[in-house]
Design a protein around this ligand. Structure first.
Ligand SMILES: [Zn+2]
Length: 153
């Protein structure tokens, strides 16, 4: 028998027994079905990972937050963002590790109050995908802007 549980990372209630990762895979499946949906693939991936920060390394999480600002505030395209991040890596001459590894997982300094999660995007339906993902990204940006700043190292 299934008992509802809460996702330890994005705190969404998994009432139907479907995990966040399964919801995420549903979105990727929609993108494979409808080519135009691929236009916001970068936002979908970024949003999902920002709400599941342990998938990132601490550095990766900081880069991802910056990337969200680049996309939503500065209107950068994925190609522009890639070029910019390449510059950062090259100029610092160091390898930024984006994904988490044992003992080095990204997390926020305080619990974040998310108003929208991957489950909401799925619930809103395939036909609303583009609108939903943009709303999801905007809600994440607002939630992150309310966080206390990272300590400067
Ligand atoms: Zn989750």
């Amino acid at each position: 028998m299934f008992s509802p549980s809460t996702c330890p990372e994005c705190y969404s209630l998994q009432t139907s027994g479907v995990t966040c990762q399964e919801h995420f895979h549903t979105l990727l499946y929609w993108e494979s079905e409808i080519p135009a949906y691929g236009d916001i693939h970068h936002l979908t991936v970024l949003c999902y990972h920002l709400q599941h920060p342990s998938l990132y390394s601490p550095e990766g999480l900081q880069s991802a937050q910056k990337l969200l600002v680049d996309f939503l505030v500065y209107g950068l395209s994925p190609a522009q963002a890639r070029r910019q991040n390449k510059d950062i890596v090259d100029s610092g001459n160091r390898q930024i590790r984006i994904t988490s590894r044992p003992g080095l997982r990204g997390s926020y300094s305080v619990p974040v109050h998310w108003t929208m999660t991957v489950a909401d995007v799925v619930a809103a339906g395939k036909e609303n995908y583009l609108t939903s993902v943009r709303a999801w990204a905007g809600s994440i940006l607002r939630a992150l802007q309310e966080l206390p700043p990272y300590p400067v190292t």
